[in-house]
Design a protein around this ligand. Structure first.
Ligand code: ZN
Length: 693
């Protein structure tokens, strides 16, 4: 439709940071709802809109990408699945996304830089269409299918071996030449557009629930406890890669895929090797042109570096490989009426406006809600309830308002509330800030319950059975004044039992699940407290360094009291800066927070954080690279260090164990020598890498 796929977002950096924070929270919440209930609160389209908005902001402000960013997470956790769990030996990654041609050029340039390739060296890259289904890993041992698993969160998936037995595209046995002893074929389970339409028609006739799109239908059909339900659903499969392999049958992505095809698996009809960015973009355009006529839904094109030795060197960052990229198709738009604007109050007190729409089909999916982000966004769009608006969903399923169609006439603008709809406190935007926040703090029930919900969420303490409704209910009864009160619930067993809807078993389950967290992971506990700038990854990095929460608190307080050494120790942790120190300082400065902290630590005993060590000479050590490296880029060197279990830091401090110095090393080398830190050259580093295998 000729819409720019990644328009720059018109937003200040401060606003972007805040919005990213809010998006991370919202997406985590909906992940939880989606996977713990069958009936999520928002549609897939709305969910994807949040993810897309997050991606757009991160693309524009790469330095604001949060440690707890949803873009660093893969798929869903399988905690509440009725299916068995399967741990993937080789993690199932997700893909980074690109939207504009420039991003594709930039990605290829990045690959070149990482590999230190000369400008004229061709970089062959495979391109194929990205089918919209459910990722699945199929393990073959001695040619026989022994296990099938969904991606899950990338590390642990669900066992769907019995379910895939009914998918005709998946061979139960593979034979012929070159079948390794162990080989995991990875691909997508999907449903064709036609089969999806027929299934929904049958569901409707039977008075059963309709599926929102083919992907949901495929996922819902595969993830069935009763495999005979799966058997009745017309599922298909195609392969796009592989996982664990005792032997890889070729040296390039393309040739391995052709071998997988020869074993009897369907692969993308568009799969081909391209040699230039121009060829990649031409293939993308061609696939886009054919997209409406394809019998299945696709949402983009996937590029992969063809040479497997290069893939190996490029490795991974966070959740995604550096050697692959998904080039998404552009947004689709439609007109509808904005019927109402609702205000939601979050954990930090932020008032977020949500637009309720007259339902409208956008690219084949019904959209009913849009996020309006904040007060300024409403002002910028000039929208009021009743206005005609253009909504857009990008990627495959999305909603945001891009334009107001209502003619500009003299009228009262929308009145953004100046009081909190939940507690009635004044709601204000601080000087220079765009977000309007409830000033009620601890008296605001919305903020308090949102904090409790964060505390028990999957990425924090992960307390099963303490859902949003239960928290709201217990909170209203005055049983949950602070997170610590969760650990006092066992004293209220009879009172809980007396509530409607609770039975012995459900109360026992809840209390058992609380009791199982008496010795919680310290990093999760820290993350659960919701301290600004302390996301999931930062919390873990802090604990890796300080081992215990009291040690971290001591260092943070010293650092904020002007102790340079304590400040340096915290900020020497890769990815942790002054903002984290300040946020920790602010947190411990509040008497109330200290009270909650001490109360909590009197009820739970997180064991000291143990750093996982690999069997490598630099495992657990802190390595700094400086000077010019001849055989690899700085990024590749850091990635190698991380692969060996070492921490790659940016600056030399007393915590540094090893300095790898190339020619031209300056102040870092001098400092390392002063501190008596071991210094080696690039060849010495290569020996370590080789030794570790
Ligand atoms: Zn409030």
């Amino acid at each position: 439709m000729g819409i720019d796929q990644s328009p720059p977002v018109d937003i200040s950096e401060a606003d972007a940071a805040k919005e990213l924070m809010r998006l991370a929270k919202a997406i985590a919440k909906h992940d939880r709802l989606y996977h713990s209930k069958d009936d999520p609160e928002i549609s897939d389209q709305e969910y994807d809109a949040l993810v897309r908005r997050n991606a757009a902001l991160e693309a524009q402000f790469p330095h604001l990408v949060r440690e707890d960013s949803p873009s660093k997470k893969v798929g869903h956790a399988v905690g509440s699945s009725p299916l068995g769990k399967v741990t993937h030996e080789v993690r199932m990654m997700s893909l980074d996304n690109g939207f504009s041609d420039e991003e594709i050029h930039e990605w290829v340039a990045r690959v070149r830089r990482f590999l230190s390739l000369p400008e004229d060296e061709p970089v062959p890259i495979t391109a194929e269409d990205k089918i919209d289904g459910l990722s699945c890993s199929l393990r073959y041992e001695a040619g026989k299918l022994v296990r099938a698993a969904t991606r899950g969160d990338g590390q642990v998936g669900e066992d769907v071996t019995a379910n895939v037995a009914h998918i005709a595209d998946i061979p139960q046995e593979i034979g012929g030449d070159h079948v390794p002893d162990i080989f995991e074929v990875r691909g997508e389970v999907y449903m064709s557009k036609q089969d999806f339409a027929a299934l929904n028609a049958a569901q409707e006739e039977a008075g059963a629930k309709l599926f929102a799109n083919p992907r949901n239908a495929a996922a819902g059909s595969l993830r069935q406890k009763d495999a005979s339900v799966t058997a009745k659903r017309p599922l298909r499969f195609w392969a796009y890669g592989w996982g664990t392999a005792s032997e890889v049958p070729a040296n390039t992505q393309h040739d391995v895929m052709r071998q997988i095809e020869a074993w009897g698996f369907p692969v993308s009809p568009f799969l081909k090797v391209t040699d230039t960015v121009e060829e990649m973009l031409a293939h993308y355009a061609e696939i886009g042109r054919q997209r409406p006529d394809l019998p299945y839904e696709i949402d983009g094109v996937v590029y992969k570096v063809d040479r497997l030795d290069w893939q190996q060197r490029l490795g991974f960052v966070a959740k995604a490989p550096r050697w692959a990229l998904a080039h998404k198709f552009p947004a689709e738009q439609a007109e509808t009426t904005l019927e109402a604007i609702d205000i939601q109050v979050g954990r930090t007190g932020k008032l977020t406006p949500v637009g309720r729409l007259a339902p409208v089909m956008v690219g084949g999916v019904t959209v009913t809600n849009v996020t309006l982000h904040n007060r300024d966004e409403i002002e910028r769009l000039g929208v009021r309830p009743g206005d005609r608006v253009v909504v857009q969903r990008a990627g495959d399923v999305i909603p945001q308002v891009v334009r107001n169609l209502t003619p500009e006439v003299e009228r009262e603008p929308y009145n953004f509330p100046d009081t909190c709809p939940e507690c009635g406190s004044e709601a204000v935007a601080e000087e220079g800030e765009v977000d309007v926040r409830c000033t009620g703090g601890l008296i605001c029930p919305a903020q308090r319950t949102e904090r409790l919900k964060h505390f028990v969420s999957r990425k924090a303490l992960d307390i099963d059975g303490l859902g949003e409704k239960t928290i709201d209910q217990f909170f209203a009864l005055g049983w949950l004044e602070s997170p610590a009160d969760i650990f006092r619930l066992r004293g209220r067993k009879d009172a809980i039992l007396a509530l409607e809807g609770w039975q012995d078993k459900s109360v026992d389950n809840l209390l058992a699940s609380v009791e199982s967290k008496r010795e919680p992971d310290a990093a999760r506990l820290l993350f659960g407290l919701g301290i600004r700038h302390v996301g999931e990854v930062t919390a873990r990095d802090l604990l890796k360094n300080f081992q215990t929460l009291p040690a971290l608190r001591k260092a943070a307080e010293q650092a904020c009291a002007g102790d340079d050494e304590a400040f340096a120790e915290i900020t020497s942790i890769d990815g942790v800066g002054g903002a984290v120190v300040e946020a920790l300082g602010d947190f411990f400065h509040e008497a109330h927070n200290v009270e909650v902290w001490e109360d909590l630590l009197s009820l739970v005993s997180p064991p000291p954080y143990v750093v996982e060590t690999l069997d490598s000479p630099v495992a657990g050590k802190t390595v700094v690279f400086t000077g010019k490296l001849a055989t690899m880029s700085r990024d590749e060197a850091k990635a190698q260090a991380e692969r060996l279990g070492a921490k790659a830091a940016g600056s030399v401090s007393a915590k540094t164990d090893l300095l790898v110095a190339g020619p031209g090393a300056g102040s870092k080398l001098k400092k390392a020598q002063e501190l008596g830190i071991k210094v080696i050259d690039e060849a010495g580093w290569a020996d370590i890498v080789e030794e570790a295998g």
